[in-house]
Design a protein around this ligand. Structure first.
Ligand SMILES: NC(=O)c1ccc[n+]([C@@H]2O[C@H](COP(=O)([O-])OP(=O)(O)OC[C@H]3O[C@@H](n4cnc5c(N)ncnc54)[C@H](O)[C@@H]3O)[C@@H](O)[C@H]2O)c1
Ligand SMILES: [Zn+2]
Length: 365
């Protein structure tokens, strides 16, 4: 039984998020209960091949004729060229309009497989089996799927909700430490943005979480999925502004990722430093006491995440922030904390204040 809190309620596009530990073999049954097709294409990358093989045999056992497309890892896979190769794989299968596309991997595979599922034959059912912490708590829920344009990340995409999300947290055992910690930045974000109780849990159980102790990991994954589900239900297509709260720290983060050179800083690492900047900015505006930033800094440090930035030119950072697609009409918009567990959107913050914060955080160690 999946608790109702782990169902994303979107009318006819509603779906369940199943969180378990060590039940990857259950995925076939989960799929079978949700689709009536006879074939499936699994899309995975080389680093999760062992997990993908388990999914493959599970789907076979439940009566699917299964194809397995294994790609190299890395953001470069999110391209129209790779999508075209995957359309070929679907034609070869051959796929029909009920063929299930199954994403086994991190956010890269989820976005890519989701894009292929959304566009082939005007839309195939999509099942997400995320294997990174980031994909479990964020990218596999909510239906945003995309590939990159050579000049713009995630620029070619649509909304395509999955028919279900199957999370086996034990797949995290093979995830590299740095990727795991990077995912924790998004978990901290959920605490700051929406849930002070989650934030306290993270503070209290940081060492269990770092050790990937199953109960602690299960707890945080479940809670983040619940929070993301509620946000997506309120603002499925990111139009009303309520989904935008999840961009806390991200305007800064995107500038740091660009300044470091894409890939040098992982996304979550940039989000960690970005949240510190956003919180310091809130402090400058008198929105929160210093304690709110200090607690985030302590927690992020405990998770081994960066809380300061490299000596990048501030003008370059501000240019990147202005160009970020989350800014509207060149005006920078910030999600800033009002207290732990609550944020608001601000679009009237003088650039000098962002500059001052960046200068401080650059100098901090
Ligand atoms: N659609 C959305 O709503 C959304 C939200 C956030 C991020 N994203 C996208 O997600 C992507 C980042 O996702 P990510 O951080 O998961 O990165 P990723 O998919 O590149 O995975 C990180 C690395 O870990 C490896 N890996 C994955 N699972 C593993 C496992 N269990 N064991 C061993 N290795 C494993 C991958 O091969 C890769 O090398 C970006 O492209 C971003 O744009 C999408
Ligand atoms: Zn993010």
């Amino acid at each position: 039984m999946i608790p109702s809190s782990l169902r994303v309620q979107l009318g006819e596009r509603s779906y369940d998020i199943a969180v378990n530990s060590k039940d990857l073999v259950g995925v076939g049954r989960f799929a079978r209960e949700r689709v009536n097709g006879t074939s499936a294409l699994i899309i995975a990358d080389t680093n999760v091949l062992a997990h993908a093989k388990i999914v493959e045999s599970s789907l076979s056992q439940d009566g699917f004729r299964v194809g397995l497309a294994v790609r190299p890892s890395g953001e470069a896979q999110k391209s129209l060229d790779v999508a075209k190769d995957l359309y070929d794989r679907l034609l070869d299968l051959p796929a029909d309009r009920r063929t299930l596309v199954v994403a086994v991997g991190g956010g890269v595979i989820g976005d890519l497989a989701g894009f292929v599922a959304a566009t082939y034959a005007r839309g195939l059912p999509l099942l997400m089996a995320p294997t990174t912490l980031l994909a479990m708590v964020d990218s596999s829920i909510g239906g945003k799927v995309a590939v990159n344009h050579p000049r713009a990340k995630n620029m070619i995409g649509v909304f395509h909700q999955p028919i279900g999300v199957w999370i086996d947290t034990s797949t995290l055992a093979t995830l590299p430490e740095r990727e795991y910690r990077s995912g924790l930045a998004e978990v901290v974000k959920y605490g700051v943005v929406l849930d002070p109780v989650l934030f306290e849990y993270l503070e209290k159980h940081s060492s269990d979480i770092l050790r990937r102790e199953p109960a602690a990991v299960g707890h945080i994954v479940r809670r983040c999925c619940e929070l993301k589900a509620r946000v997506v239900e309120q603002d499925e297509r990111d139009e009303s502004g309520s989904r935008a709260v999840l961009n806390y720290g991200h305007t800064f983060a995107h500038a740091f990722e660009a300044a470091a050179g894409y890939g040098a800083w992982l996304h979550g690492e940039a989000v960690a430093a970005g949240m510190v900047c956003a919180s310091r900015l809130a402090e400058r505006r008198g929105l929160v006491p210093a304690e709110v930033s200090e607690r985030q800094i302590r927690l992020l440090r405990a998770f081994g995440l960066p809380v300061s930035i490299e000596p990048w030119p501030i003008d370059q950072l501000l240019d990147a922030m202005r160009a970020d697609k989350k800014s509207l009409g060149g005006k920078m918009r910030y999600i800033l904390p009002r207290r732990l567990g609550a944020v608001a959107l601000f679009d009237d913050i003088p650039e000098a204040e962002a500059r001052a914060v960046l200068t401080d955080v650059r100098g901090a160690s």
